[in-house]
Design a protein around this ligand. Structure first.
Ligand code: GTP
Ligand code: SPV
Ligand code: MN
Length: 607
């Protein structure tokens, strides 16, 4: 084969041999017009943003500094779970919850899709690092993409460019491992063909090869499908690394709660997509004396420290948050973060004076907007102005509640883990696990109504173990066993306490029983008091649940009946959960015995 001359390919800023050979291999397969090595500089970002404005992908905002509005293809608005694959050698290693195809078959199929797919486009090479650059074992990756929007967004979400690339080769010349992550929108351009603002393909694959720790994504520009450091690397591939190396890669926010006595507690919480992680991570407590600082809003990597406690690191560098519902009332910290500028807004509405708007942002609805599909919009329009899964992408450094230790490579010691979902019935506001195994059972059986974060029907209740259903890189039964092993290998007294929360229980008229948002601090306060042994709880068949008297509810405007109803444990409702859990465990297959035992305990306690 003759070496292909592609401008930029032969001027790499690294000597890392595998990076060089892989980039060449991809360039020869995808045949871009040119190759650009991303250095992460401000000058480069300004150039790429200008190109995105030129191509129509970005509209610069007048209302926010260095910020842009983008609208996706209307068919490319969310993660595509049915097109997401775990291609392990053996189907049983992908487990019953993932789509699987043999790696050879997938490699053959996708290689044909990739062949010539970057024709007429620029191929960007983005070296990146998930987590602090000065970690002992920095988790490196290289994303190749043909979409400048991905370059602009990766720069916000991860540590990219020259500082990351410097970690690829040690001073002594040792080359570090990295995750190769290939992305293409799958829309080659013929000579003279005009581009569209949001190129994508009707054929989509979001593929993970866990054994070779490789990611191949094709056909979509949407965040979770294209910003490959996020869900693809930091959860699906990292969960496999974590299984092999004895740590946890989880779909969790990390927050720091500071008591009036100035004592700090770190809490990690796993909620499914669009179920409140970003909001809880940025919570502003309504109760006097308590403060919350933010460490991360989506992903936690947790390892044991030398002291035997579990320490969490946020591998990300920005927030990719749900826009609708975000307001100065519900989440003032997020609003202040984006008001600093340097942000990308995708599929929100555009105001006439060049700023962004979405449902729930303000009491008054603007009289006229450009909706996410680029159409004139008025309050009389029958579709929302912003897509329900529209997102802001904004640098974490701009977050006013950021904890100073947020990027400490050691991480922060976790005192409590919360699991939670979106359930209109049955699940009480908060419930404390009796011990680690019971907590793992809570996580393994948690359930939630489907949201707009993934393509498909919204509202359906499904089991979403540890909020990882769409993000597990391996077999779910093995994952549950891994969680049990983490507990078995630890000093029980040093393990985080586990709780199960539900902010979304509803009354007969569908209103939320619990006010949520900043008021969730009352639940966090009870969690801390349980850790300290100072708060009461009632023993119920499902775990330890507070009564209203055990919670600090002073100053809440909700009627007492609503608070009681939010805390109620109705045995009849819970008996209806049992066959659903049976069905779920049957689907999983080899559920570890301690979790089967937990189910039998629950069954007998419910009578
Ligand atoms: P992903 O970024 O998709 O992983 O979602 P997330 O878990 O970060 O959810 P987020 O905090 O963005 O919240 C999703 C939606 O739930 C938003 O519309 C919020 O306004 C709403 N929400 C968050 N917290 C609460 C709460 O305590 N109560 C109620 N009723 N709604 C909430
Ligand atoms: C989620 O869906 O959980 C998100 C958005 O946080 S995405 O990055 O698309 O996964
Ligand atoms: Mn979020």
């Amino acid at each position: 084969m003759t070496a292909v001359a592609i401008p930029g390919l032969d001027t790499p800023p690294t000597t890392h041999s595998r990076v060089l050979s892989w980039v060449r291999e991809v360039a020869e397969l995808t045949t871009p017009d040119r190759v650009v090595w991303v250095d992460g500089s401000d000058e480069e970002a300004a150039r790429i943003n200008a190109e995105l404005v030129e191509s129509g992908t970005f509209v610069p905002l007048k209302g926010k500094k260095n910020s842009f509005w983008a609208a996706s293809d209307p068919e490319d608005v969310a993660r595509v779970e049915e097109r997401t694959f775990i291609c392990s050698e053996r189907p049983e290693d992908a487990g019953p919850t993932n789509n699987w195809m043999h790696p050879d078959e997938m490699t053959a199929t996708m290689s044909e899709l990739y062949r010539g797919c970057m024709r007429g486009r620029t191929m960007y090479v983005i070296p990146f690092c998930m987590g602090p650059l000065d970690a002992d074992d920095p988790k490196l990756g290289v994303e190749i993409t043909d979409f400048a929007y991905v370059v602009a967004s990766m720069r916000v979400m991860t540590r990219v460019g020259t500082p990351a690339l410097a970690k690829f080769v040690d001073a002594d010349g040792t080359e570090r491992e990295f995750v190769p992550a290939l992305h293409s929108v799958g829309a080659p351009l013929d000579a003279g063909q005009d581009d569209v603002a949001w190129p994508c393909s009707t054929t989509k694959y979001i593929t993970h090869f866990p054994e070779s720790r490789t990611i191949w994504s094709y056909g979509s520009g949407y965040g979770g499908n294209s910003l490959l450091g996020k869900k693809c690397y930091s959860l699906r591939i990292a969960s496999v690394m974590a299984r092999d190396e004895g740590w946890l890669a989880e779909h969790m926010l990390i927050l720091k709660l500071i008591s009036p006595e100035e004592k700090s507690y770190y809490v990690a919480a796993a909620f499914p997509s669009a179920c409140g992680k970003t909001n809880l991570a940025m919570l502003q407590p309504t109760i006097p004396g308590w403060r919350v600082e933010t460490v991360g809003d989506d992903i936690a990597w947790m390892r044991f420290g030398e002291d035997g406690r579990l320490y969490a690191v946020n591998p990300e560098f920005g927030f990719f948050g749900v826009a609708p519902g975000t307001s100065h009332k519900t989440n003032p910290v997020a609003m202040k973060t984006i008001d600093e500028g340097n942000s990308v807004f995708t599929n929100v509405a555009l105001t006439d004076d060049g700023d962004v708007w979405w449902e729930g942002m303000s009491k008054e609805t603007p009289a006229h907007l450009t909706d996410w599909k680029g159409r004139d919009w008025t309050p009389e329009s029958d579709e929302p102005a912003a897509h329900p899964n529209s997102r802001f992408c904004t640098p974490i450094a701009q977050c006013p509640s950021l904890a100073p230790e947020w990027d400490d490579p050691k991480g922060v010691p976790i005192s409590a883990i919360l699991f939670g979902g979106r359930r209109a019935t049955t699940v009480p506001l908060v419930n404390e696990a009796r011990d680690w195994a019971h907590g793992v059972f809570m996580g393994a059986t948690m359930s939630s109504e489907k949201t707009a974060a993934a393509a498909g029907k919204v509202g359906e209740v499904r089991r979403d173990p540890m909020a990882m259903l769409p993000f597990l890189g391996y077999n779910a039964a093995d994952y549950f066993q891994h969680w049990l092993n983490i507990g078995a290998n630890a000093d029980a007294a040093k393990l985080p306490k586990v709780f199960y929360v539900n902010w979304f229980r509803r009354g007969d008229d569908k209103r939320f029983l619990w006010p949520g948002f900043g008021e969730n601090a009352r639940v966090l306060k009870w969690v801390v008091e349980r850790i300290e042994g100072t708060a009461g709880a009632q023993e119920t068949p499902i775990g330890m649940v507070p009564s209203a008297a055990d919670l600090d509810i002073e100053g809440l405007s909700e009627p007492a009946e609503d608070i009681d109803a939010s805390l109620a444990v109705d045995a009849a409702e819970w008996r209806q959960e049992i066959p659903l859990i049976d069905e779920w465990f049957d689907k999983i297959g080899d559920v570890p015995a301690p979790l089967r035992a937990e189910l039998e305990t629950l069954r007998s306690r419910l009578g």
